[in-house]
Design a protein around this ligand. Structure first.
Ligand code: TGC
Ligand code: FAD
Length: 390
């Protein structure tokens, strides 16, 4: 009996649920990632190198700020945005990080909280990858609890003066603009747009990290940086505004991690089908098949949940809690899949050409940033019990 269904990779027919536009965007992203990013990922990872001009290629294909309408952005669906992040992270989490930060943490706040002149000035260049942005919230003493940030802003005549230090900021070393979150005299937090040449602003690359090697991560030091009044994001409303940005990035991560997991699963499947041990292929062993079944189940559930989440976002439903649920679930499941796959390849599991160890090491970070697994547990726990356990 032929038990193969039409598409064994997609038992819940996710692809059939995508619109033609979403299928096209997904294919464009997949082709680009396979032809441009895949051939360079091993060397760039080894050399800890991110080619800044790649942003222009991302921009020309509509991968930056893809959900924004106008300002040279495509105005695509949230499902499309998710499909793009899935393809990027299938190659490397660092590439997904690059577009997450630019789209969700830089373009989104400018689009949502910026003035018309800020939108006109920055969004078209960010959309085309002519300039790169970063998002400075975290500080050394304020990670999971950003309400402890110490960066200060003081109003001065026709502008503001900022002082403080940000840590662990993706793209900071290559950024042209910086969305900086700072507290004023009343402890109200607001967002400000800083530029590379602002006097008193400097960055330092964190070059001794062992994960997300090709993603530039840095510190930002603000020493009496003066900016004109028109650099404040005028429509930010405290912490709510920050979390709205994080929601967008967490949504992209939910899809992205499933892209990494799918890549790992398919590599592992091919490997065990070919690997002969005890006179037969590893794929013929029951324990191995169980592991493959576990992987496919988690990936199928994770991706279909992302699709439903994206649809709800396209319908403008409130999905804050679902975003925490999927960020937590999909990061942790993809990490477990990577660990299991690493083992299933035996010694080859640590070799660069199988791409699994690199994904595994990256996913350790993805499980931590944008709210750690346990912080999202506490968000979900508070939601159902009404009790804050932070
Ligand atoms: P809390 O009192 O719970 O909330 C304050 C106000 O914010 C609202 N809010 C949200 N709104 C929308 N979406 C959400 N997910 C929201 N969560 C909270 C909330 O309703 C409230 O509004 P209002 O009107 O009542 O004032 O705030 P809290 O201080 O107790 O928050 C606690 C906690 C732990 C949830 C929060 O601090 C948190 O999420 N911590 C994790 C920190 C984090 O995720 N940092 C990310 C930094 S950026 C980054 O990592 C980029 S990696 C990029 C890459 O390379 O991909
Ligand atoms: P901590 O908050 O010190 O947490 C340490 C451990 O304690 C975790 O396991 C956590 O779950 C646990 N914990 C914390 N609080 C509690 C509690 N109440 N109860 C139980 N357990 C708890 N930030 C930005 O602003 N912009 C960026 O672009 C950015 N990019 C990043 C890139 C990389 C490569 C990395 C590693 C981080 C990046 N971050 C960025 C920072 C990231 O968001 C933080 O690292 C993350 O929020 C966790 O903060 P922390 O590292 O200070 O850990």
């Amino acid at each position: 009996m032929n038990i193969q269904i039409r598409n064994w990779k997609d038992p819940l027919y996710l692809d059939d649920n995508l619109s033609i536009e979403e299928q096209n965007i997904s294919k464009t992203a997949r082709d680009f990632c396979k032809s441009v990013l895949m051939p360079r990922v091993i060397d760039d990872n080894k050399n800890k190198f991110f080619e800044k001009d790649l942003f222009k290629e991302f921009g020309n294909l509509g991968f930056l700020g893809s959900t924004i309408k106008d300002y040279d952005c495509p105005g695509a669906s949230y499902v499309s945005y998710g499909l793009i992040t899935k393809e990027f992270e299938a190659i490397d989490s660092s590439y997904r990080s690059a577009i997450s930060v630019q789209s969700s943490l830089v373009m989104f706040p400018i689009f949502k909280y910026g003035s018309d002149s800020q939108k006109n000035k920055y969004l078209p260049s960010l959309a085309k990858g002519k300039i790169v942005g970063c998002f400075g919230l975290t500080e050394s003493e304020a990670g999971s609890d950003p309400s402890s940030i110490k960066t200060k802003v003081v109003k001065k005549n026709n502008g503001y003066v900022l002082n403080g230090n940000k840590n662990w900021i993706t793209n900071a070393p290559i950024a042209d603009i910086y969305i900086i979150w700072a507290k004023d005299e009343n402890n109200t937090v607001n967002g400000y747009i800083l530029e590379k040449n602002d006097k008193g602003l400097s960055t330092l690359t964190i070059d001794n990290k062992l994960s997300l090697l090709l993603s530039p991560t840095g510190q930002i030091h603000l020493d009496n940086v003066f900016i004109n009044e028109d650099r404040k994001l005028p429509l930010t409303k405290g912490w709510k505004s920050i979390f709205a940005c994080l929601n967008m990035a967490r949504y992209g991560i939910s899809w992205g991690t499933m892209g990494a997991a799918e890549n790992i699963w398919l590599n592992t499947k091919s490997y065990v089908e070919e690997r002969i041990m005890f006179k037969d292929s590893l794929a013929s062993k029951q324990l191995v098949q169980k592991k493959l079944a576990d992987m496919q189940t988690e990936i199928t559930l994770g991706l279909n949940a992302c699709f439903q989440l994206g649809k709800l976002m396209d319908e403008k439903k409130n999905v804050d809690i679902a975003i925490s649920m999927l960020k937590r679930n999909n990061c942790s499941k993809s990490l477990k899949i990577a660990r299991k796959a690493r083992d299933m390849l035996g010694a080859n599991g640590i070799m660069e050409e199988y791409h699994i160890m690199r994904h595994l090491i990256n996913l350790e970070t993805v499980n931590t940033y944008e709210g750690t697994e346990d912080i999202h547990s506490l968000i979900l726990g508070k939601f159902q019990t009404g009790i804050s356990a932070f």
